[in-house]
Design a binder for this molecule. Structure first.
Ligand SMILES: [Zn+2]
Length: 161
């Protein structure tokens, strides 16, 4: 079953213009190249450097104190402002190079670089996987991790390092 024919597809995020997987992978490649993101960018202690590099490209990270973080989510993003919000706990994990934190961070970055904005839809057609902003952001995060050969989980991480 291909996503295009999956009529029962349930959207996780906003409905956005459909993006083919190849296009998202291409965006991932170009973003890494333009911003200068490589495997070492996510090594222990490198997060600060990465954050300042992202600033130069209009992507800002706002670290919120854990006790001020009321949201149930792990992180949140405002693509129109280029703002990623994370609780201090997640930022600490990112600084330690934890695979899960890296993936969450890349997912939020995906929402920004893929230009996600909720769309008003008058289309009759059922939404598809390729139009789901959450699927697109996940795909972007995985594309970057694969591109940089970053482990996707801690278990894999221990195995590799
Ligand atoms: Zn998301």
């Amino acid at each position: 079953m291909t996503p295009e024919t999956d009529e029962d597809y349930c959207m996780r995020g906003h409905r956005v213009p459909a993006l083919e997987p190849e296009l998202i992978s291409d965006v991932a490649y170009r973003v890494c190249k333009i911003i200068g993101i490589n495997k070492a960018s996510f090594k222990k202690g490198k997060a600060e450097k990465l954050v300042s590099r992202l600033e130069n490209h209009g992507i800002h990270l706002d670290v919120i104190e854990d006790d001020e973080w009321f949201d149930a989510t792990r992180a949140t993003v405002d693509p129109s402002k280029g703002m990623i919000y994370v609780p201090n706990k997640l930022y600490t994990e990112l600084c330690r190079g934890k695979a899960e934190a890296v993936r969450i961070f890349l997912h939020e970055m995906g929402h920004i670089v893929l230009g996600h904005r909720p769309l008003l839809h008058f289309a009759e057609a059922q939404a598809t996987l390729l139009e789901d902003s959450e699927w697109q952001a996940d795909y972007f995060a995985d594309a970057v991790m694969d591109l940089l050969k970053l482990p996707r989980s801690e278990a894999q991480m221990e195995f590799k390092f």
